[in-house]
Design a protein around this ligand. Sequence first.
Ligand SMILES: *Cc1c(COP(=O)(O)O)cnc(C)c1O
Length: 462
Amino acid sequence: MNRKILLDEKNIPRQWYNLAADLPNPPLPPLGPDGKPISPDMLAPVFPMNIIEQEVSTQRWIDIPEEILDILYRWRPAPLRRAVYLERYLDTPAKIYYKDESTSPPGSHKPNTAVAQAWYNKQFGIKRLTTETGAGQWGSALAFACALIGLECKVFMVRISFDQKPFRKLMMQVWGGNCVASPSTETQSGRAILEKYPDTPGSLGIAISEAVEQAVNDPSGTTRYSLGSVLNHVMLHQTIIGLEAKAQLRSIGEKTPDIVIGCAGGGSNFAGLAFPFTADKINGAEIEIIPVEPSACPTLTRAPFAYDHGDTACMTPLLAMFSLGHDFVPPPIHAGGLRYHGMAPLVSQCCVEGLHKPRAIDQVECYEAALTWARTEGFICAPETSHAIAATIQEAKKAKEEGKEKTILFSYSGHGLMDLSGYDAFMSGKLTPYSLPDEMLEKTEACLKTHPQAPIRKSGKW
Ligand SMILES: *Cc1c(COP(=O)(O)O)cnc(C)c1O
């Protein structure tokens, strides 16, 4: 039995998989301020046209340029590992595999799309990228990609993380990026928020508004904005995770997994692993596919499916997705990367269809799972990743109760070596169970009330 299943470089996937080609009901179109579907050229001040083409593409397979692969080879193909030590500890008949995305230089799955986005922007003649970051993983991934490709990188970092996580900021600086706390005084949207709420911890939505504003206001026209999750092209770039995992499972004669799990903030690492298997499910395979979110930010499990903005200042188009409301300021739980108010439209549509079955887990159970993981497998996972591990442990225990030898595959989205303060808070008893209070969902309703209705379309097959 192999604990590490490695794929030879020559067998790296050479195309990304686009789920939009196979969904029975493709996601609803984004809407502009007039409530009508936006046209691709309306996005042109924000993204380069080659990325916009991918965003709206319904082509099933899209070639990965050789120059992008040349950068990805630094850590890809990523190992698929078998968590035998956790299996023994749980005494489960389940086989647990995980795709190890923590081996990239910035330490998460995020460079898979950061590299692709930086490359397409460079091709289009762009000189500078702006973006937002929560816990700092996306900002560091984009700074890393820009350094390798030769672009300037400006990062608006959510204030609370900027203060709590100085090391991510330093990583960005090592790669030559410029990182400021958001809300900042550099943009109109930042200044407006600071005037109203001078002590705000910030949020991803606010930071997105600042980054978009700075990109579209560059008079030279050579700045664009880059988003680390949520959008279709980001999901596309991440599918290399699931495509590699499939090839690796095949190489050891393992069957299609019974259960596929990933933590979901904006949905990209989950989608990256899950979409190639979602295609199998659409074609008849029996797979349980589970996005896992914190009970403190229960977008998929408790929020409505609605049209909403991706940012607080309502600069982005309306996206059809599950949303807690664009003005949602989540409680400062430690899994910073899972605090976004919305969810990728493609993942949202899969949940509407019943192809994906979302689950919310409390932060205390997640940190307990992270400690179990560290004390069996040995690795220290990112707080976000602990949600996937907690769900995996739940499923492995269930397999034991049912006496079934199930195959579980999950996404190990990143390591936690930059997030030890979260572990500290947990181990010193400062973290208590926290589920979003119902009053907060009333605010969500009020926030979404004036937007056009997003019709629920499902085939009824799942
Ligand atoms: C950013 C991040 C996430 C959440 O983002 P998704 O787009 O939902 O994948 C999860 N895990 C890690 C380690 C991250 O850095």
